[in-house]
Design a binder for this molecule. Structure first.
Ligand SMILES: Cc1cc2nc3c(=O)[nH]c(=O)nc-3n(C[C@H](O)[C@H](O)[C@H](O)COP(=O)(O)O)c2cc1C
Length: 206
């Protein structure tokens, strides 16, 4: 079952979204979640797909890399979940992405990341809820700073309220791997988000 959900979430991910969308991913509600991720070494990408798997229990899910993500999600998008790696206590910057590339990262782009995507978001009037996540080093767990919290603060300036508290998932070292159990925790977090979004929608409807 979990495997099946994973396939469904992936079927509308970056590659498939360019072309056809599987009818199997259409939910009766017609509501959609857009999972936007930045990833330099590939760990946050894995977390994004795991979150998508959890969300796919009741929403159609699209998982997209940040440089391909729309800044104006369509009217069918009820929830945006955005995340990236924590660099230098917050969201990545061009310089920190360059550092990651220097260390061998091959997944992300030096020029564009979550920070730049949020900067481009138009002011929200209604529209989808937002939740943020990040990955961080386990060894720096007690240190301050989280890309997810920074992203939530930045998105708030564009009128986005948080549907849920920002969440961190941990990697063992700079380039990974993810700490055992983190992908399962990400799937559970995605599944649990749905209930929070429903509550938020009820509370904000006037
Ligand atoms: C330049 C740089 C700065 C970093 N700064 C932090 C930090 O302040 N706190 C932390 O917990 N991890 C830090 N890390 C570790 C990253 O969070 C880790 O590389 C990331 O979670 C891996 O995700 P990715 O594979 O999606 O890139 C840093 C990594 C790099 C390359």
């Amino acid at each position: 079952m979990a495997k099946e959900a994973s396939v469904m979430a992936k079927s509308v991910s970056k590659k498939a979204s360019a072309g056809k969308k599987s009818a199997a991913t259409k939910k009766a509600s017609g509501k959609k979640a857009l999972v936007v991720y930045e990833s330099m070494f590939g760990n946050t990408e894995k977390v994004a797909h795991a979150i998508g798997e959890g969300l796919s229990a009741s929403l159609e899910v699209e998982v997209v890399e940040v440089s391909e993500a729309p800044v104006e999600p369509g009217p069918d998008v009820t929830l945006v979940v955005a995340g990236g790696p924590t660099h230098a206590f917050g969201m990545t910057r061009e310089e920190t992405r360059a550092d990651a590339i220097e260390l061998g990262a091959e997944h992300g782009a030096r020029e564009f990341g979550l920070r730049e995507w949020i900067d481009r978001l138009p002011a929200r009037h209604g529209g989808p809820s937002l939740a943020t996540f990040d990955t961080r080093s386990l060894g720096r767990r007690r240190m301050p700073g989280s890309a997810a919290r920074a992203a939530a603060r930045a998105a708030r300036r564009h009128g986005y309220d948080e549907a849920a508290p920002a969440e961190s998932f941990f990697v063992a070292d700079t380039d990974g791997p993810l700490v055992p159990g983190e992908l399962e925790r990400a799937t559970d977090w995605g599944r649990d988000l749905i209930a929070l979004v429903k509550v938020t929608a009820k509370e904000t409807r006037h």
